[in-house]
Design a binder for this molecule. Structure first.
Ligand code: GTP
Ligand code: MG
Length: 697
């Protein structure tokens, strides 16, 4: 592949809901352009950008992947992204690395939850977008309906530049509103060849209507053009395209295309329009950046003359290769073998074997110009979201705002002794995928992993086995219950042992009283007259602090109470610190069962966003999880429901919300407070804990 200059590059993310045909489209575009020699297919496991073992097996995309289509002396860097929300971090990364996006919408399903999600990513990033109505040959394909659903759910500024000839199995051509011609595909065409004919008579009315709409929409974005149009002047094709490109940059127009990627129908026109309508890197607004280690800000433009700055938007580990790093050059150019610098990690890296990727194939290149996307293997210290620059001019660009995890499960190694390997593996996987998080909870004695969905975490566990040889099983995270005391009590703790030589003697009397929630533990020394010598008093407190880790109800930590140490006795020879600590432990164990102990559970504050048609179902479900609804309010297109829900009631909530709202609901939770567990549930928790301890013993 030849080296392309900044002006000859277009970086385009292909985004959309799961199974809308993105991977098939990317494969067809690269094939029709001739850059890829084989027309692959998702079903056969040969699609260019679904090349990992997981993807071939499951037949959907998990990772973003790159392909190239060389067309009209331009290099289209196509970023195929996964549609499933579990992998939406990669969709966001793809959008962030691109200068434009093709939003793929299935001709049978229309706008779906994944389409809305990626649309929002595009909005936030402010990149020009165009629509591609895919799967036009599929039974029940309906162009008009999809067009309407885009208008209603995404943007009123969508405007078709093509309309289909036939739909579903009868789909066999596309009318181009710019060229005013119809392209009819030859049955069995391999690379999208067509016969160009005049618009068929039966399509004249639709053609006239859409053409007028198109030209009026374009003219409406440009005053001079509008004036000429209203004056009856004809607007030429090239002029219209230029105006459309400018309108797209301002977010005033979103052109719509259609086709069937598997048949290669519609691919040639799309390739040409991607070249003509998408901005080259240098046509994008400058990127905000910062000098590393200083407050100095600067802006970067895609020019070779600028300092070298590139951002890593993806790392993936490949068998027999190791880590492969995908990066986007924001400024400057870079040569094969060049030394670069990762400022935040203080790491020098060498870009050996600088490549561009077409699916899993990587082709070495001599140089990458500003704005291009490159791939390099075996960097030592560089991870997703790092910025590479040079040691003499250390710069960082803002990080990609990866989504926060929504579900948590526990993991455990199948084989004892692999715990260290597990933690190393989890750490590496987090560096590769910032939407995956992990932590060890000492209190629960569990390793917790968090991610964007059950499918996401399953894939992570699979990678753990394949890459790090650690076999782990997923389980339910434990709940961090607490106990507290609702009544007062007093009593003694006496530790006395008479053995052969020197004995042990410690004796204390304590009073216990509840404190308000959140007060913690308070110890008051009320000893007078030296009935317990000064030096032993801290030992009594130590004993109580140790004992309160295992409360009287079910062995959970006890919180929010006060202990007054008011009496005791000692022995001149046998008393020591150890004995008074034991006395403290015994006193606590003696007294607390009489203080009306209760179990507390964590209560989470939950915010759920749902389309209003599911609001009732969402609220009903929260109530059935012992939730208490605090209120609802409209929030954009959605309704926000606020509730307090026990953490124990939120098990697999993400999955359940997904099914209740047909994938359109999202939620967020944070810790709110501890509250008393209702008696019938306390009973269950106590039984479960007993069983757990029996199993351990
Ligand atoms: N009839 C028909 N089927 C298609 C066409 N393009 C893709 N498909 C099928 O639609 C399914 C989904 O296609 P993909 O290309 O994997 O869709 P995707 O958008 O990449 O899906 P995710 O990676 O899961 O987000 C596959 O079974 C394809 O064979 C098409 O033009 N016509
Ligand atoms: Mg895909």
């Amino acid at each position: 592949m030849r080296v392309y200059k900044t002006g000859e590059i277009r970086n385009v993310a292909v985004v959309g809901h799961g199974a809308s045909g993105k991977t098939s489209l990317v494969d067809a575009l690269a094939f029709v352009a001739g850059t890829s020699k084989r027309h692959g297919s998702v079903k056969d496991g040969t699609a260019l950008t679904d090349y990992t073992a997981d993807e071939i097996e499951r037949k959907y995309s998990i990772n973003l992947a790159l392909a190239v289509a060389e067309w009209m002396d331009t290099k289209l860097n196509l970023i195929d992204t996964p549609g499933y929300l579990d992998f939406t971090g990669d969709a966001l990364a793809g959008v962030c690395a691109a200068d434009a996006a093709v939003v793929v919408v299935s001709a049978t399903a229309g706008v779906e939850v994944g389409t809305e999600k990626v649309w929002d990513y595009g909005e936030r990033r402010g990149i020009p977008r165009l629509f591609f109505v895919s799967l036009m040959d599929k039974e029940h394909a309906n162009f008009e309906k999809v067009f309407t659903s885009i208008k209603e759910r995404l943007t009123a500024k969508v405007i078709p530049v093509e309309i289909p000839v036939g739909e579903g199995p009868a789909f066999h051509g596309i009318i181009n509103l710019f060229s005013k011609k119809a392209h009819l595909y030859r049955k069995g065409t391999k690379t999208g060849e067509y016969d160009e004919v005049d618009v068929p008579a039966e399509y004249q009315d639709r053609f006239a209507k859409y053409s007028q709409e198109l030209i009026e929409s374009i003219a409406a974005t440009d005053d001079a053009l509008l004036e000429r149009y209203l004056g009856g002047e004809e607007i030429g094709r090239d002029e219209a395209i230029r105006a459309m490109k400018a309108g797209m940059v301002r977010g005033e127009l979103y052109p719509l295309f259609c086709g069937a990627a598997e048949l290669t129908y519609g691919t040639r026109a799309l390739l040409s329009k991607l070249v003509e309508l998408c901005p080259a890197p240098a046509e994008r607004p400058a990127v905000d950046a910062q000098k590393w280690g200083s407050a100095e800000r600067l802006t970067l433009t895609a020019a070779d003359a600028g300092p070298f700055v590139a951002q890593v938007f993806k790392t993936i580990s490949e068998p027999h290769v190791g880590d492969v790093t995908f990066f986007r050059v924001y400024s400057g150019s870079v040569k094969n073998g060049q030394d670069v610098y990762n400022a935040p990690r203080s790491a020098s890296e060498k870009l050996n074997h600088l490549c561009v990727a077409v699916g899993k194939e990587r082709t070495e290149v001599a140089e990458l110009h500003a704005g291009d996307i490159g791939v390099v293997a075996k960097l030592r210290d560089t991870h997703t979201n790092d910025t590479l620059s040079s040691q003499s001019n250390q710069i960082v660009v803002p990080k990609i705002p990866f989504p926060e995890p929504v579900i948590t499960v526990s993991v455990e190694v199948k084989q004892r002794g692999e715990e260290d390997k597990l933690s190393t593996g989890l750490h590496k996987l987090h560096e590769e995928d910032p939407t995956f998080h992990h932590e060890y909870s000492g209190e629960l004695g569990q390793t917790l992993i968090r991610g964007l969905g059950e499918r996401h975490l399953e894939i992570v566990v699979g990678r753990l086995a394949r890459k790090f040889g650690v076999h782990a099983v997923i389980g339910k995270p434990k709940i961090a219950y607490r106990e507290t005391l609702r009544g007062k009590g007093e009593g003694q703790g006496k530790h006395k042992k008479q053995t052969g030589g020197r004995g042990q003697y410690g004796d204390c009397w304590i009073r216990i009283a509840p404190l308000p929630r959140g007060s913690g533990f308070v110890f008051e020394d009320q000893i007078v007259g030296g009935v317990i010598p000064r030096q032993y008093i801290p030992a009594v407190e130590k004993g109580i602090v140790e004992a309160m880790h295992r409360g009287p109800v079910a062995g959970y930590p006890v919180v929010d109470f006060k202990v007054e140490l008011f009496d005791g006795s000692y022995h001149d020879v046998d008393s020591n610190e150890m004995s008074f600590k034991m006395a403290g432990i015994l006193a606590f164990r003696n007294v607390t069962p009489n203080c009306r102990p209760v179990l507390l559970e964590p209560i989470m504050e939950v915010e759920v966003w749902t389309p209003d048609e599911y609001q009732g179902a969402v609220m009903g479900d929260l109530s059935s999880r012992r939730g208490q609804i605090l209120g609802t309010e409209p929030d954009g297109r959605l309704v926000k429901v606020k509730a307090l829900v026990p953490e124990a009631g939120l098990d697999r909530y993400a999955t359940s919300l997904h099914s209740i709202t047909h994938g359109r609901g999202t939620y967020r939770q944070k810790f709110h407070t501890y509250e008393q567990v209702p008696p019938e549930i306390t009973h269950k928790v106590v039984e479960a804990k007993k069983k757990e301890q029996e199993e351990k013993a």
